[in-house]
Design a protein around this ligand. Sequence first.
Ligand code: SF4
Length: 395
Amino acid sequence: MTARHLPLVDEGALPYEHPLYETLLSIPGLSVVTAPLDALLTWGTKNALWVFPMATSCCGIELMAAAASRVDLDRMGTIIRATPRQGDVMVVAGTITVKMAPRVKLLWDQMPEPKWCIAMGSCAISGDFYRDLYPVVPGVDTFMPVDVYIPGCPPNPEALMHGLLRLQEKIGLRREGKLTQAEYRPGLLDLTKPRVGRLGDVTRDAGLSDAQLEDVSDMTRRDLAEESSEIVPRAEPVREAIASSSQEIEALLRDDFGVTEFPKDAAPLVSRGDHRRLAHRLRALGYAQLIYVVATHFPAKKTDPERFEVAYALRSIGRKSTVVAWRVALAADETIASIVGVFAGADWQEREQFDLVGVRFEGHPDLRRILLPADWSGHPLRKDYAADTAHPPWR
Ligand code: SF4
């Protein structure tokens, strides 16, 4: 796989001057018109703030509502364009994770100057109640500049409009040279100090911005490095008459798969060697929909060694649809047969369980991480995993 390095331009620190204004200023005698012209240009800039939406969760719904008829952002010249090339204001509306952060930063760097950023909602501002969780960035101002913070969980569309009005005010004051640099207040910053230093915090690690930019340019290469395009052909089972009653299923498990115990409060345990054959058999019996693949980790206790359980559930299609579930117990070092060849839908579900719990599915065509970044270490849904694990340079 060839490495793809994406171009990065970080113009955040450059002062903005309108090129037309600059040209006029250099023509003798024209200074008399530059002031009103500048006011006109600034008025135009302020009233044509096109939003690039970085909406990731619930706050995104409020952002969408703001564009609808009741609040109607259009009336102040603000329209939403899902392209960084035409965007003036990035509105970050929702939780940003360490996997998204490099993409958000890349999109921000692709927006042309002048540009502004609004952090909408407490997740974008600080990570909110997910702040101490391993995948969440503790505020977007830990990797890109923010001009306006809109507090709330979620802020309503009117609050967003208020934020845009404050941004207009800020743009005007900046153009008039009246905007003073916010005073650095270590006491206040210390109150909300995230794991990764905020931009503007004088105590922020000097190499952090470079590390973040480097990570952005590396992310595509990393994510594609192990990608496989192998397609597993699905073995079409020979149709049998649908077994729908629990007695029929129990008889099948007892007679053909040697299951002896049918607990009332859990799915029956099927042996590791039989599990794929069972999936195939149930499919033949009409259980054509895979509902879930869920793994659980049981850490070592005084008498019991560390182990895993993987639970499966299938549903039959059609009238009187029923569900069949089973579990497979694994020792810490054991693998389990993939059922991707029986149910194509098992592909992502098995990858998710591999990513989060660390169970290895033998015969899976592309067993690599799916939710977390490719270079993540450890499996966060194991009981011994620290929930607030750091992932520099993003959290
Ligand atoms: S701030 Fe609240 S509403 Fe907004 S994304 Fe976070 S949890 Fe959802």
